[in-house]
Design a protein around this ligand. Structure first.
Ligand code: SF4
Ligand code: SF4
Length: 183
């Protein structure tokens, strides 16, 4: 033990420091909020419940490329695709096990089509695990609930990088082409 630490231990310096902090803050306004009566405003770009984005025609933007699932560190995104009539991928199922999600936002960043989003909604406690297993239909309805109108359009412009415009890959690379850009 060094001399400084010894003196500190003898005279309870750390304890006195703690008590002085208590005294200094004793008559200041408490910072505790009476949640759920008092709620803190959600900051822009907050990472809450997931939603699958729709385009202007109201169709799902996801093409089933699987990049979000590949990037997800929790491996909680499950995508099942089949082949459509014109040999395009058809997203049969898109599911997220929300209880395993750590809200890192990698899925949003990885998606070149702006198809997966994290909404501002965070109050979704429930009594059953099934309620936290988000199916494609639930995720699409989350878009209608939390990203209606201009909110959905602003989402990618303001908070998320990289944007489709940041990709400089060949036009022939389907994953990076700009035609599916985020709007
Ligand atoms: S936010 Fe992170 S952990 Fe959650 S689904 Fe997306 S990539 Fe996975
Ligand atoms: S990265 Fe985007 S387009 Fe690809 S599967 Fe995920 S959500 Fe769909």
């Amino acid at each position: 033990m060094t001399a400084g630490k010894f003196i500190s231990a003898i005279f309870f310096i750390e304890l006195l420091k703690g008590l002085s902090l208590t005294l200094r803050t004793l008559f200041t306004r408490p910072v505790t909020r009476r949640y759920p009566k008092e709620k803190r405003p959600v900051q822009p770009g907050f990472r809450g419940l997931h939603a699958l984005a729709k385009n202007e025609e109201g169709k799902m933007k996801c093409v089933g490329c699987g990049l979000c699932g590949a990037y997800c560190p929790s491996q909680c995104i499950y995508i099942y695709t089949t082949e459509g009539e014109d040999h395009n991928k058809v997203v049969e199922r898109y599911e997220i096990e929300v209880l395993r999600c750590i809200y890192c936002g990698f899925c949003v960043e990885a998606c070149p089509f702006g198809a997966i989003t994290l909404s501002e909604h965070y109050e979704y406690s429930d009594y059953s695990r099934d309620a936290f297993y988000m199916t494609k239909d639930k995720l699409l309805s989350n878009w209608d609930k939390y990203f209606a109108g201009e909110k959905g359009k602003r989402y990618f412009k303001n908070f998320w990088l990289p944007r489709s415009d940041n990709f400089t890959g060949y036009e022939s690379q389907s994953v990076f082409r700009r035609t599916g850009s985020r709007k």
